[in-house]
Design a protein. Structure first.
Lengths: 311, 234
C-alpha cells in the first residue's frame, strides 16, 4: 500500500529524517514511536505531501508522490499535531468547507457531517466557533476533518493528546474499528497506546528507524538480555556469585541490597532459553533459603528507553 | 478550479464573519468621503477628479490591510498544514485568496457609487471618466492585492506582512512623483512603473491596453512571488 524508500529530509543542515525505509500493508495499524524531535512529525508531513522530501521516494497505491501529489492527497486523511484549525469558523461551517474541498456530493454532505459528528461526539459544539473549543473537542473536530472523505489511509499525529481518559478509550475504539479495512499510521509517544492499538510498531530515533515489528516481536528480540531477581537468606554474596556464574549465558551477578538477614541479587543473562530451572536446581542443592525469585519482563517502555537512549 | 471557488467562498465570508471587512470598509469610506467632499464645493466642478487623485494612496494603505492575514495567519496558526494536505495546489490557494480580496475591494467600492450619484444631481456629470475610474480602481486593487498576497506569504507575522505590502504599494504609487531625482534617460522606465500614472490615465476615461497590461503584470508578479514563497517554505 505504502512504500517509502530512503526518505531523507534536511532542514538547512539539520538532518531530521535519515534514509527511512518502510513498507506498510493495507489494513495495517502502524504506530510511529520516538522521543521528541526524533522525526516523527516530519516523516508524516512528507507522507501526506505537505513537505517535500530532500531525497528518497514515497509511493502510495503505486502513485509516486512527486508526480501524483493531488491524487495521493485524495486518498489520505490527515490530522496534524494539536489540530491547527481556523479559529473564527464555526465547527459546522468548517466541516462543510472541508466536505466541499473533499468533493463530497451535494446531497451526501449533510448526512456525512452528521455521521462524523456522531462518531466523534461533537454534536453539542457544532454551532460554536472553533477558537472557543477545549483542546479535546478541537482534536475531535480535527479527527472528523481527517475522516471526511472516508480515506484509504488515515494519518494521525498524536491523536489522543489533550483528551481525557474516556475519550482516549473512545478514540482507540474508533481507530480499531476503522483499522479493520483502512490503513492507519499513528504517531505517539504514549507507549501503552501504541501497544493497545497498533499491529506494528516502528521506533525512530534521531531520524533513523531503530526498531520495526509487532509488539511481541520487539519484546522477543529485545529480550536477548534477561534479568532475574533473587532474594536469599543464609548465604553470603561471594558464594552466590561463584555458584551462579557457572551457568551458561550468565553475564553478571550483582548485589542489589544486603541487610543482616537478606541478600538481594540481580542476575543478568543472555540466552534464548529460560534459565530459571537451572537456577532453581542450584539453589535446591544448597541450604540457602529462597525468599523471592522472579524474572523481569521486558516492557515496551524498557525497549523504548534502551533503543532511544542518548549516547 | 472548483477548489478555487471553495477557497474563495471561505475566505470571502471570513472577512464578514470577523470585524475586518466592516472596519476596513468604514475607514475607507470615511477617508475618501471626507477628502472628496471637503474640497468638492471649492472646485465647483461636477467630476470625481479629487476622489481619483486620492484613491491610489488610500488603496496603498487599505489593501495591504485586507491581504495581510490571508496567508500569514495560516502560517501562524499552522492551518496551512490542514489546508495543503487536502487535495488543493498552491495555485488554488493563492488564486482563491486573491479573488476573495478583489471581491472585498469591489464590495468596498460599491458604496462610493453614492459620490457620482450625488454629483450627478448637482451638475452635468460626464459618466465616461467615472466608469473608467471604477474599472481602473478594480485593476489597481487587483494589482495591489497581488503584491499584498506576496507580502503575506513571506512571513507568519501579519504586521510585518502589512508593512512590507504597504512599502511596495506606496512605492509603486509615488514612484512617478519622485522622477526629478532621476537622470533623464531613466524617466520613461520609472514613470511606466508608477501605479498612479497608469491609474490617472484610465481615470481620464481613456482605457489604454498599456495601462491595463501594467496592472495585470504587477498582479501576476505578486501572485507568482507568493507561489515561489510557498514553494520555498515546504
Amino acid at each position: 500500500m505504502i512504500q517509502v524508500e530512503n526518505l531523507t529530509k534536511y532542514y538547512s543542515h539539520l538532518c531530521a529524517v535519515d534514509q527511512i525505509n518502510l513498507d506498510i500493508q493495507r489494513g495495517e495499524i502502524m504506530g510511529l514511536l520516538g522521543p521528541n524531535g526524533a522525526g516523527k512529525t516530519t516523516t508524516l508531513r512528507m507522507l501526506t505531501g505537505f513537505l517535500q522530501p530532500s531525497s528518497g521516494s514515497i509511493n502510495i497505491k503505486g502513485l509516486s508522490i512527486d508526480k501524483h501529489v493531488l491524487e495521493i492527497k485524495k486518498l489520505l486523511g490527515y490530522l496534524p499535531e494539536s489540530a491547527p484549525l481556523y479559529h473564527d469558523m464555526l465547527v459546522f461551517d468548517y466541516l462543510k468547507y472541508v466536505a466541499a474541498i473533499r468533493a463530497i456530493d451535494r446531497d451526501q454532505k449533510l448526512p456525512r457531517i452528521r455521521q462524523l459528528a456522531d462518531l466523534c461526539g461533537i454534536n453539542e459544539v457544532m454551532s460554536k466557533p472553533i477558537g472557543e473549543l477545549s483542546k479535546g473537542y478541537k482534536q475531535r473536530v480535527g479527527l472528523a476533518h481527517a475522516m471526511m472523505n472516508d480515506p484509504e489511509v488515515l494519518v494521525l499525529d498524536e491523536p489522543t493528546s489533550g483528551l481525557d481518559p474516556n475519550q482516549i478509550v473512545e478514540i482507540r475504539k474508533i481507530i480499531k474499528e476503522i483499522g479493520k479495512e483502512k490503513t492507519i499510521i499513528i504517531s505517539t509517544h504514549i507507549l501503552s497506546e501504541a501497544e493497545a492499538t497498533c499491529d506494528r510498531i516502528v521506533i525512530i530515533n534521531q531520524g533513523k528507524i531503530v526498531a520495526d515489528g509487532s509488539t511481541e516481536n520487539l519484546k522477543q528480540s529485545a529480550s536477548g538480555k534477561n534479568i532475574m531477581h533473587l532474594c536469599l537468606q543464609n548465604v553470603d554474596f561471594k558464594t552466590v556469585e561463584a555458584n551462579l556464574s557457572k551457568l551458561d549465558g550468565v553475564e553478571s551477578v550483582s548485589r542489589m541490597k544486603q541487610t543482616d538477614s537478606e541478600l538481594d541479587v540481580r542476575l543478568t543473562y543472555r540466552s534464548t532459553g529460560d534459565l530459571r530451572p537451572d537456577v532453581y536446581r542450584i539453589i535446591k542443592d544448597t541450604d540457602w533459603i529462597l525468599l523471592d525469585f522472579h524474572q523481569e519482563t521486558q516492557t515496551l517502555e524498557n525497549i523504548f528507553r534502551e533503543l532511544t537512549k542518548e549516547n | 478550479m472548483r477548489q478555487v471557488v471553495h477557497i474563495f467562498r471561505k475566505e470571502f465570508s471570513a472577512y464578514f464573519v470577523s470585524p475586518i471587512a466592516y472596519i476596513v470598509i468604514s475607514i475607507f469610506l470615511l477617508i475618501t468621503g471626507w477628502f472628496f467632499f471637503t474640497t468638492f464645493f471649492l472646485f465647483n466642478q461636477a467630476n470625481l477628479r479629487t476622489f481619483y487623485t486620492l484613491l491610489p494612496v488610500v488603496f496603498a494603505f487599505v489593501i495591504p490591510a485586507i491581504t495581510m492575514r490571508l496567508i500569514s495567519e495560516e502560517l501562524n496558526i499552522g492551518s496551512d498544514e490542514i489546508l495543503l494536505t487536502m487535495p488543493v495546489t498552491y495555485g488554488d490557494v493563492i488564486i482563491g485568496k486573491f479573488l476573495a480580496s478583489v471581491a472585498l475591494i469591489i464590495a468596498m467600492l460599491i458604496p462610493t457609487l453614492a459620490y457620482p450619484l450625488t454629483v450627478s444631481f448637482m451638475g452635468q456629470l460626464d459618466w465616461g471618466p467615472v466608469v473608467g475610474g471604477y474599472v481602473g480602481a478594480v485593476f489597481m486593487g487587483a494589482a495591489f492585492s497581488g503584491v499584498g498576497l506576496f507580502a503575506s506569504a513571506l512571513t507568519r507575522n501579519q504586521i510585518i506582512a502589512f508593512i512590507i505590502g504597504l512599502a511596495i504599494c506606496f512605492t509603486l504609487t509615488l514612484i512617478d512623483k519622485m522622477l526629478f531625482f532621476l537622470p533623464q534617460s531613466l524617466l520613461g522606465v520609472f514613470s511606466y512603473l508608477g501605479a498612479d500614472f497608469h491609474f490617472q490615465n484610465i481615470a481620464k476615461g481613456i482605457i489604454d491596453s498599456r495601462d491595463i497590461l501594467y496592472f495585470i503584470s504587477v498582479c501576476f508578479v505578486g501572485l507568482f512571488g507568493a507561489h515561489l514563497a510557498l514553494n520555498q517554505k515546504y
